[in-house]
Design a protein around this ligand. Structure first.
Ligand SMILES: [Zn+2]
Length: 332
């Protein structure tokens, strides 16, 4: 039976969490035994995942990412993980995958930058657990994207941008999901390492951003970070100040996302401020275009054939978001 690492998970304050870990081990190992074909050499990777799961949940408290407002939602969502499965050897180009609350893990992760394989497992497992927590609002965002797309005015804006499909709006929300789960995963990983996170740096990705560089301190998905921070600053319910650091803005975004009603709050904001819809659509579709471009390059996008370069979208994006940003924070 799964050995609990931390003694704090009492049933009164964290109902069902201990049981989830125990059940998850049982279900996941039974599945592994049934499918591994007699070679059980990688069973330990399920234990690693469970230890990381427990540390992740603890770290959310330590890093103040769980507050009164999202405590209940995080616990409810995180218990929805139904099984941990080991990716077959021929699918290990992926770090991990989450599908229908089943998390597929890769025991063969290589070091990245200053992260050891153990760090990488924790980071990647944390990333996928974040997707499970966000799953509900990401689902809601697809419905909302379809609703938005039925508005002729929204269709007009997208047509002018050359992005005539609701999928760019959905991908915009997906980019936010990726940034939230990766930011939280980075926080959790460096907390465990006892090290400060890396400093922000400029990076290039000529295939997508041309000569524009972007700022990031992520180990993975860095190309999404700055654009998501700029977008987050425009959401009035996050109460960002121009002088807030990018790190502070992301922390506010993470906490709001983990409340679960993220899309409902966006809907409400646009209902009360219909004047913001045009800008919102431009920002969301631009994020969607960037997400789609990066996925096209690694062969994971359905929309093959369209240009992956996003330069022409960056100026309008910057124009809209500049007024929310202090002068020192500007620039891709
Ligand atoms: Zn992801």
């Amino acid at each position: 039976m799964y050995q609990i690492q931390y003694s704090i998970w009492n049933e009164k304050d964290f109902p069902g969490f201990q049981k989830k870990l125990v059940d998850l081990e049982e279900v996941s190992k039974a599945y592994y035994r049934d499918t591994a074909g007699g070679n059980l050499a990688e069973a330990h990777s399920i234990d690693t995942f469970l230890h990381d799961f427990e540390y992740y949940y603890l770290a959310l408290f330590k890093a103040h990412l769980i507050t009164k407002e999202n405590f209940r939602n995080v616990l409810d969502q995180i218990k929805k993980v139904v099984a941990v499965k080991v990716l077959p050897k021929d699918a290990r180009k992926y770090f991990a995958l989450t599908y229908q609350n089943q998390i597929y893990i890769n025991p063969d992760l290589k070091p990245v930058r200053s992260l050891t394989p153990d760090d990488m497992h924790l980071m990647v497992h944390s990333h996928e657990l974040g997707h499970v927590i966000n799953n509900q609002w990401v689902d809601a965002s697809f419905h909302y994207a379809n609703t938005l797309y039925q508005n002729p005015r929204v269709q007009g804006i997208l047509r002018n941008m050359g992005l005539s499909s609701a999928s760019y709006l959905k991908d915009g929300f997906c980019l936010l999901d990726e940034v939230v789960v990766q930011d939280v995963a980075e926080r959790v990983t460096y907390l465990k390492k006892g090290q400060a996170r890396p400093l922000m740096e400029s990076r290039n990705d000529k295939a997508i951003f041309g000569l524009n560089s972007y700022r990031t301190n992520f180990n993975l998905y860095g190309e999404f970070q700055e654009i998501a921070v700029r977008f987050a600053r425009t959401l009035s319910f996050l109460h960002c100040e121009a002088q807030d650091s990018d790190d502070e803005v992301l922390r506010k975004l993470d906490i709001a996302a983990f409340r679960g009603d993220f899309v409902a709050r966006i809907e409400r904001e646009l209902e009360f401020h219909p004047d913001k819809i045009d800008s919102f659509v431009i920002l969301l579709a631009t994020m969607g275009k960037i997400k789609d471009s990066t996925y096209q390059i690694i062969g994971l996008s359905a929309s093959k054939g369209s240009s992956v370069i996003v330069n022409s979208y960056l100026s309008p994006f910057e124009q809209i978001t500049d007024s929310y940003t202090s002068p020192s924070k500007k620039g891709y």
